[in-house]
Ligand binder design. Structure first.
Ligand code: ZN
Length: 309
């Protein structure tokens, strides 16, 4: 009884508000942190490195001096930037640098009390922050209703959190980091192995494989036909994660839903938004939408295209 209170939809909604607030930080900082890491990596282990130069150029000798200088410059400049992690520094106003006080940083309430403006300089704070917090809270509560008030429901909440972060980062950068896609695959397989997701380990494993392989095949054929990349590897890994979580049986529903919504939005963007046809539209948010729909309406969705099931 006691544990049921902790995992009730209301408690999960509160947890979702806080996690949503953290996801805003993740969406903002993780791409920056990764980009810095790539620059440092490139500078330290490739650009100025003799062995790397010899592998790339195919003959012996030192890398050109300009490369070595550039490597040192990048390492110095990027290394000297104030450190950035998910925990530090505290949240600041992007316009004036005002450090948010604890009550300004409260999920949803902070934004509402400030009426969406920085208390120091008055510049607008994006509506996206409270919306992400609210959406995460609603999805966590929905997990509580759908999967029951017990600890295993946290697996679904964790999956939702990863998916929300992926959708935001893909929207911002058209990139899906491995740091988010791979944990979703792991979570799906673990949840299935422990019997927490109701997906058998067999359908989770096939789901991970088929999720990756089907989109890879689609992207490969598209590239052969059209000569351009339609999708990124991140999308394959995201669908592998959804397959591991929900089982291979739900993959067709997820992809159909994602494509249908993606096509409608894509056409609308090209028609009304002045979006150029060649600029890739991130597919991740639609896959996430399809995945979330499949989490809650999976049985019904599968029955539509596979009536005998
Ligand atoms: Zn400010």
């Amino acid at each position: 009884m006691a544990s049921e209170i902790w995992f009730s939809p209301w408690a999960l909604a509160l947890l979702g508000l806080c996690i949503g607030s953290f996801l805003n930080v993740v969406a903002h900082r993780l791409p920056l942190m990764l980009e810095r890491e790539w620059w440092l990596d490139m500078a330290e282990s490739q650009l100025g490195d003799s062995a790397a130069w010899q592998r790339v150029s195919g003959h012996k000798g030192e890398p050109p001096p300009a490369f070595v200088q550039a490597a040192k410059l990048v390492a110095d400049k990027v290394g000297a930037m104030p450190s950035l992690s998910l925990a530090r520094p505290g949240s600041r106003c992007p316009s004036c640098g005002h450090e948010l006080r604890w009550h300004e940083n409260l999920p949803l309430l902070g934004w509402l009390r400030l009426k969406g403006r920085c208390s120091s300089c008055g510049s607008a704070i994006s509506k996206r922050y409270p919306l992400v917090e609210l959406a995460t809270a609603l999805l966590f509560a929905a997990c509580g209703w759908q999967f029951g008030a017990h600890a295993s429901t946290l697996v679904w909440c964790a999956a939702v959190a990863l998916m929300v972060a992926m959708a935001l980062i893909d929207l911002d950068t058209t990139y899906l980091p491995d740091d988010l896609t791979l944990p979703l695959i792991g979570l799906g397989l673990l949840g299935a192995g422990l019997g927490w997701t109701g997906t058998s380990l067999e359908s989770a494993a096939w789901g991970a494989f088929a999720g990756y392989a089907s989109l890879w095949l689609l992207a490969f054929s598209y590239k052969k036909l059209r000569g351009v990349d339609g999708m990124g590897e991140g999308d394959f890994k995201l669908l592998a994660g959804l397959g591991a979580l929900l089982g291979w049986q739900l993959l067709p529903s997820i992809v159909l839903l994602a494509s249908a919504v993606g096509a409608v939005v894509g056409v609308a963007l090209i028609a009304f938004g002045g979006h150029k046809r060649e600029v890739p539209i991130p597919f991740g948010p639609y896959l996430v939408g399809g995945g979330v729909a499949a989490m809650f309406f999976g049985q019904e969705l599968t029955r539509i295209w596979l009536p005998l099931n």
